[in-house]
Write a protein that binds this ligand. Structure first.
Ligand code: SAH
Length: 469
């Protein structure tokens, strides 16, 4: 991120703009929404600027800008649409200490103006760092259509009601009240209220709602065991998103990707349990205790696990701990990494006349390398998805060959399935440890036994192999 978005307070401050044409008009239309003092320097101002000046909305100076004109200005816009003129006025304003924007000149600007969706006091700023104005406009159009015009009204009235809402205890109770207002009672009051009495209708609805919420018993703590999928935030379920939205506390594993954590409610307490598969970090007992402690304090806890929470996630131990303390819980299923990885290689996990069952194996468990029914696996046509299989590759290879598996059995390793860094390595059972070692995979990887990438997908893995050769 080159540009950090902030909202700057302009009430009572000065904004200076040099220019009187189209670019100046476009910026002034936005600036006039603020309560800034606007000073415009233009020899030949457009008609609108003259009438805004006449109406007292801005101060118009019909001359070129001079040194000192931007002293104590918060912002300066160079909008003469002439590179030489803009460079001159920008230098003057910079010397005066103002933050400078040159219209259509990203490089020499100290700040840029985003595309804005205005539901004052709700303001959405969209920026693409100048990369894709078309995209910014499309996003703006999308949001304009999606956000009801009454949003601003609801927010304005809500804001004036904040003190009254303090009758509710801070935290969950107050949040429930506001969410009820913005998503149920508020929109209903707007829809019912007559144009002229909308404000009154909304205020009355707020009073009623507050009375109802004050009488309500506080919500008990609850734990949602949520599968976060393999990493791509688009592979979260809607239920997982909703749970993250409502969470007071999120306890997450190391494999949870950053873009997914971003989706949690801003105020949620984020706790890193640091676990990866069976690997150590925070002990399982400590994690259990942490979940129980927060739920007992009345929090809506989201226990976020990679992939599907029910696959190699030690879920049962956590459920037992929670249930033992009489805390309610539920599971939100997720997309397990085997599903994401098999999609990445264009194959299916089961196939008529090849394999009618598929095994999910772990390469190692708490006791070390995990033992399996190697003899059954060694039969031709078997398919297995091996989790945590990188370190145990040589062990698995040895066991399978010892039990008579064909050494040419295809093996495919998908690292970082569904993530931007995804890599596919296609090899065979006899070459598995060597190829895996050469590929130097540091991310989470899923190993398929008995599956090769489909021909179309193969070219990708070949490319990667060539790159590594
Ligand atoms: N519950 C998880 C598995 C947890 S065990 C699930 O359903 O996917 C951790 C192992 O999952 C890792 O060692 C790796 O084998 C696999 N894994 C998790 N995320 C992955 C990803 N994005 N790509 C490939 N493998 C992944």
């Amino acid at each position: 991120m080159d540009h950090f978005p902030i909202f700057i307070s302009l009430a009572g401050r000065t904004v200076v703009l040099s220019g009187g044409g189209e670019a100046a008009l476009a910026k002034l239309r936005l600036l006039l929404k603020t309560r800034a003092h606007i000073a415009v320097y233009a020899m030949d101002p457009a008609a609108d600027i003259i009438s805004w000046a006449a109406a007292g909305k801005l101060t118009l100076h019909r001359r070129d800008m001079q040194a000192g004109d931007a002293v104590s200005a918060a912002l300066f816009y160079a909008a003469d649409e002439d590179a030489t003129k803009d460079a001159r006025t920008a230098a003057l304003a910079r010397a005066d200490g103002a933050l400078v924007n040159i219209v259509d000149n990203l490089q020499d600007s100290a700040f840029i103006t985003p595309a804005i969706v205005d539901r004052d006091p709700v303001t959405i700023a969209i920026g693409t760092e100048g990369a894709a104005p078309v995209l910014a406009r499309a996003i703006k159009a999308d949001l304009e259509a999606r956000l009801p015009a009454s949003l601003g009204l609801l927010a304005r009235i809500g804001k004036s009601f904040r003190a009254a809402a303090e009758a509710l205890p801070f935290g969950r109770a107050r949040r429930d009240f506001w969410s009820d207002y913005y998503f149920n009672a508020g929109p209903r009051a707007v829809a019912d209220g007559d144009e002229t009495v909308k404000d009154t209708a909304i205020k009355a609805a707020l009073d009623d709602l507050l009375a109802q919420h004050i009488e309500r018993k506080p919500r008990a703590g609850h734990v949602a065991f949520v599968g976060a999928g393999p990493g791509d935030p688009d592979l979260l379920t809607l239920k997982a998103r909703r749970a993250l939205d409502e969470a007071d506390v999120v306890i997450y594993d190391r494999l949870i990707s950053a873009p997914i954590l971003e989706l949690a409610r801003r105020e949620a307490i984020m706790l890193d349990a640091g676990k990866e598969g069976f690997g150590p970090s925070m002990s399982q007992q400590d994690i259990n205790a942490l979940i129980v402690e927060h739920a007992q304090n009345g929090a809506q806890v989201v226990r976020l696990k990679s992939g599907d929470a029910t696959v190699f996630g030690r879920l049962d131990e956590e459920i037992d701990a929670v249930a033992e303390h009489g805390i309610t819980w539920h599971i939100v299923p997720g997309i397990t990494s085997a599903s994401a990885a098999v999609a990445a290689i264009g194959q299916s996990l089961t196939k008529r006349e090849r394999n009618s069952s598929v095994r999910f194996l772990t390469g190692h468990d708490m006791k070390g390398f995990a033992d399996h029914d190697w003899k059954a696996l060694a039969r031709s046509g078997e398919v297995a998805a091996i989790y945590m299989g990188k370190k145990s590759a040589r062990f698995i290879q040895g066991r399978l060959l010892m039990h008579g598996a064909d050494r040419h059995t295809p093996m495919t390793i998908v690292e970082n399935a569904s993530r931007p860094e995804q890599r596919v390595l296609s090899t065979t059972l006899d070459r598995l440890p060597a190829d895996l070692g050469a590929a130097q995979m540091n991310g989470p990887a899923l190993t398929f036994y008995g599956l090769a990438p489909r021909a179309a997908a193969q070219s990708l893995s070949d490319l990667i192999r060539q790159e590594q050769a």
